[in-house]
Design a protein around this ligand. Structure first.
Ligand SMILES: CC(C)(COP(=O)(O)OP(=O)(O)OC[C@H]1O[C@@H](n2cnc3c(N)ncnc32)[C@H](O)[C@@H]1OP(=O)(O)O)[C@@H](O)C(=O)NCCC(=O)NCCS
Length: 161
């Protein structure tokens, strides 16, 4: 029988298992971005978000074979002046998707945010990351801003209105 997936605070011994999950965070990155550079940036964010006394929190999901998921949460200032809790990275090992790890990791991040007194919790995700967008929608997250990009040396598609 499958063991339940537990969530607990990140400890430094989890670092290499968490870094092994980083390629998953290039899913949904726009094709015109450098995916190698994106993975390097994610590794840097994970190191920053797991620094002791960094001001935020990080949690791992643990299954029968060890660490299979990670989430970090910190704080960001909205331009309207309010400080929001902000989910930096959320990753679940592909082999363990669909078993509730993502939901439990988000619940841990939200609990941290509530206890820290935040009213809102926010995050960014790739427009093409349809799985993550469905997942967040299921968990009650709604779209707040939409970022648009145009590649300047490409002609607009005349078929588009
Ligand atoms: C997005 C991700 C974290 C989801 O993790 P997960 O462990 O598979 O999610 P869960 O099993 O906890 O699913 C939670 C809920 O979302 C739903 N869900 C998950 N994927 C879904 C999909 N593709 N379509 C519809 N619902 C979906 C589940 O059915 C579940 O709902 P339920 O509990 O009411 O049945 C995981 O797919 C992942 O790591 N993706 C790659 C990295 C990534 O995109 N991270 C987010 C970037 S910000």
């Amino acid at each position: 029988m499958e063991r339940a997936i537990d969530v607990r605070p990140f400890v430094s011994a989890d670092r290499s298992a968490v870094l092994n999950l980083v390629p998953r965070l290039t899913i949904g990155v726009a094709p015109w971005r450098d995916h190698v550079a994106v993975a390097a940036a994610v590794r840097g964010w994970i190191d920053k978000s797991t620094e002791p006394n960094g001001g935020g929190a990080a949690f791992v999901a643990v299954a029968e074979r060890g660490v299979v998921g990670f989430v970090s949460v910190a704080s960001i200032e909205h331009f309207a002046g309010e400080r929001d809790a902000y989910i930096g990275e959320l990753i679940v090992d592909e082999a363990f998707e669909g078993r509730g790890a993502g939901r439990r990791l988000i619940a841990a991040a939200e609990q941290w945010a509530r206890e820290a007194g935040y009213r809102c919790i926010t995050l960014d995700t790739g427009a093409a990351n349809s799985r993550a967008r469905e997942f967040y929608s299921r968990l009650g997250y709604c779209e707040e801003d939409v970022k648009l990009t145009r590649i300047l040396d490409e002609l607009p598609d005349p078929g588009r209105a």
